[in-house]
Design a protein around this ligand. Structure first.
Ligand code: GLC
Length: 459
């Protein structure tokens, strides 16, 4: 064996430690297997997001620590006074269920770093506040008991952990590279990465089956951001898949280009124009939306969407093949704000009689043009088309090119027949109707339903 210089031997001995960690093994699933794993979620279409943490007490946005550049000391009063004495997760679950939601995703830890659960890796948790207990455990039990699937949101960002390096999204963000370097002296992301792994492991091993894992978020582009290398995303996700093979995971680990690196896209506070695509292919997607301009409870925020806007959001999402995760930011007493309760109730009144146009539904097949002022969804299992009349028409509605495609039609909420005819046979002849159109005869007054739906049984 040739003699190597001693420095080379030294490097050789170090090689196993210097080498990049072996690429994580993400399970290889066929598209059919992925579809089967996501089926309950795709059918559900509608879930509740819950943002609840210490920021509920500031009551001025869950990013308040960042927006106001608060220090840990300035934020401490919210920890010291966190006492949700009216927390009744069964009541929350019933409100979600009554609204027509089938799953719920809660913030186990948001960017502020506070944990609702009794983690053994931090003292910054509900157990050590006046609440004095694992609030997540109670939440999980309550939501399961009401038959809802459960999801955990976990923030990758952490504005409290001493080893999380200060970045451009941090409350203590700096003005220059030199200042960043100074602020980050002594902070070791390796320690934080391990903390994330340990906590995600706790979440996935202590609470039974977790149906959804919602990791938030990556911001790799530009200076002082964070992405897959910071979270060790692939290895983290491999652990997640191993611990909970059935779990559905969002797309914020910065692994969009990695096969198996995400299950659905998560456009936030924005309505996609069409079915969300990646590389030209339709993908599963869920849009998350707030009632008003904040995720956490915000007392003085007034830009609340009304009942009809929220229903349009739900219907339009399903009409483009997506899911809606609609957020509630509970108060620090542990209650849902009256404004949230009123909206949930209104949505529930609608879904109680119109659920069939949402659950298990998706975008209408090619060849069904969208009639005026309406939104279409389609049930592949029943082969029924749902025409949501966002604006109630004047006694009749033209379905362009639908002649010969419909067997029977009724209003969905009361199963009352809707008569229809073509251009030649109908007495409600619409001057605008053309050969091949179908004309529905509707009552002149709008039924007492926010958005009435016509159910078409297709040939
Ligand atoms: C964002 C925000 C956040 C919210 C989330 C929901 O990334 O940082 O406050 O939790 O989106 O999608």
């Amino acid at each position: 064996m040739p003699r190597l210089p001693s420095s080379a031997l030294f490097l050789l001995a170090l090689t196993p430690f210097l080498a990049a960690p072996a690429a994580a093994q993400l399970p290889a699933e066929t598209p059919a297997q992925v579809e089967a794993r996501l089926r309950w979620w795709t059918e559900a279409r509608f879930g509740m997001f819950i943002h609840w943490g210490l920021y509920a007490q500031a009551a001025r946005h869950e990013w308040v620590k960042n927006y106001e550049r608060l220090t840990d000391a300035q934020y401490q009063p919210y920890f010291d006074h966190f006492d949700p004495d009216l927390f009744d997760p069964r009541a929350w679950a019933r409100m979600a269920k009554a609204a027509g939601m089938k799953y719920a995703v809660i913030t186990t830890k948001h960017h502020e770093g506070f944990c609702l659960f009794d983690s053994q890796f931090t003292d910054y948790k509900a157990t050590n506040t006046p609440a004095g207990r694992d609030l997540l455990k109670e939440w999980v039990d309550a939501f399961r008991a009401e038959g809802l699937r459960i999801g955990f949101y976990y923030s990758l960002l952490d504005w409290h952990h001493p080893h999380y390096t200060v970045d451009r999204c941090h409350p203590q963000r700096a003005g220059s590279d030199a200042e960043y370097a100074r602020l980050n002296e002594g902070r070791d992301m390796n320690v934080y990465r391990q903390y994330v792994r340990d906590q995600v492991r706790e979440l996935l091993t202590r609470y039974g089956t977790v149906d959804v894992l919602w990791l938030d978020y990556s911001f790799p582009s530009g200076a002082h951001g964070k992405g897959r290398a910071d979270w060790d995303s692939e290895r983290l996700l491999a652990m997640v898949r191993e611990l909970q093979p059935g779990v559905i995971v969002n797309d914020r680990l910065d692994l969009l280009d990695v096969p198996g690196g995400w299950d659905f896209r998560s456009p936030e506070q924005f309505k996609p124009r069409e079915w969300v695509k990646l590389d030209g292919k339709r993908v599963p997607w869920e849009t998350c939306q707030t009632f008003s301009g904040s995720w956490g409870y915000y007392r003085d925020e007034m830009t609340w969407k009304d009942e009809k806007q929220l229903l349009v959001l739900l219907i339009e999402t399903v009409s483009k093949g997506g899911n809606l995760l609609l957020n509630v930011g509970p108060t620090a007493r542990g209650t849902f704000d009256q404004r949230a309760q009123d909206r949930l109730r209104a949505i529930g009144e609608w879904t109680a009689v119109n659920e069939r146009s949402i659950r298990g539904c998706t975008q209408a097949p090619e060849g069904f043009a969208v009639p005026e002022q309406s939104l279409l969804t389609w049930s592949p299992a029943k082969n029924r088309l749902y025409v949501h009349l966002v604006d109630w028409p004047m006694g009749q509605l033209t379905l362009p090119g639908y002649a010969g495609k419909v067997k029977y039609a009724q209003l969905l909420h009361d199963a009352s027949e809707v008569k229809f005819g073509g251009k030649k046979t109908t007495i409600w002849l619409d001057e605008g109707a053309r050969e091949g159109d179908l004309v529905l005869a509707l009552p002149m007054p709008k039924p007492a339903v926010t958005i009435p739906v016509v159910e078409l049984f297709l040939q």
